[in-house]
Design a protein around this ligand. Structure first.
Ligand code: DX5
Ligand code: ZN
Length: 217
């Protein structure tokens, strides 16, 4: 089954409690959390402190996407904050194999992210080390951008690599996910689809979540 993971980045900060509670009641199991340092990406968002505060009020799986340089510096902080999945960018880690091991040692599922321009061969040696592989379908840094269509084929190729290797990681797609592409991305092999604007840009985020989920059936 493919799940929609709403991206907290696009939530209405004034109505966060109401919106997250409604999503959880609508059956939403994953919350995507975008951490940006203003260095790896040209934007700053929030960090482990805010996530720790959310953790007290939510049972969702915290799917945390680090868009930061030298992410190893913060692995322990995000474990303490209660993250379940922690992703590092292959472009931001000097030793991604070590980073993935450290994330797992800290008790979280370890995810590797590839930017749109990064070829799949950058993940090839880590197919059995990552619990999750995230393909960016926009250039990271901002919500509300358009889906880069060539990533659809990249998802299918990654699913084929997973099958050929007998690997077990989940495939996540992040950026520009919307009602026009959820079904197609599921069919290409995605297990998790991040949706920021498509959920929180709607008048009723919980209803938008349900609609996206229904469209994949
Ligand atoms: C972009 C972030 C995404 C973003 C997705 O850097 O990694 O998670 O919030 O937002 P939408 O779905 O609006 O493209
Ligand atoms: Zn993200």
């Amino acid at each position: 089954m493919t799940h929609i993971a709403p991206s907290f980045l696009s939530a209405d900060i004034w109505r966060v409690a109401e919106q997250l509670t409604a999503l959880e009641q609508a059956g939403c199991k994953y919350l995507h959390l975008d951490v940006m340092d203003g260095c790896f990406v040209p934007n700053i968002s929030f960090g482990a402190g805010i996530i720790g505060k959310l953790r007290k009020h939510s049972q969702m799986v915290f799917d945390t996407h680090l868009m930061v340089e030298e992410p190893d510096r913060f692995i322990e902080d995000f474990a303490k904050a209660g993250c379940d999945h922690l992703y590092i960018h292959v472009e931001a880690s000097r030793h991604p194999h070590r980073s993935l091991q450290r994330i797992k040692q800290a008790g979280m599922k370890a995810g590797l992210v590839l930017n749109p321009a990064t070829p799949l061969c950058m993940a090839e040696e880590l197919l059995h080390d990552a619990d999750l592989m995230l393909l960016m379908s926009v250039n990271p840094g901002f919500g509300g951008q358009s889906f880069i269509t060539s990533v659809a084929d990249k998802v299918a190729r990654l699913a084929k690599m997973r099958e050929d290797a007998g690997a077990k990681f989940l495939i996540e797609v992040d950026g520009g996910v919307c009602r026009d592409n959820v079904k197609m991305l599921k069919e290409k092999g995605a297990d998790l689809l991040v949706a920021g604007n498509a959920v929180f840009g709607a008048p009723d985020p919980a209803a938008a979540f349900i609609e996206l989920t229904e469209l994949m059936k």
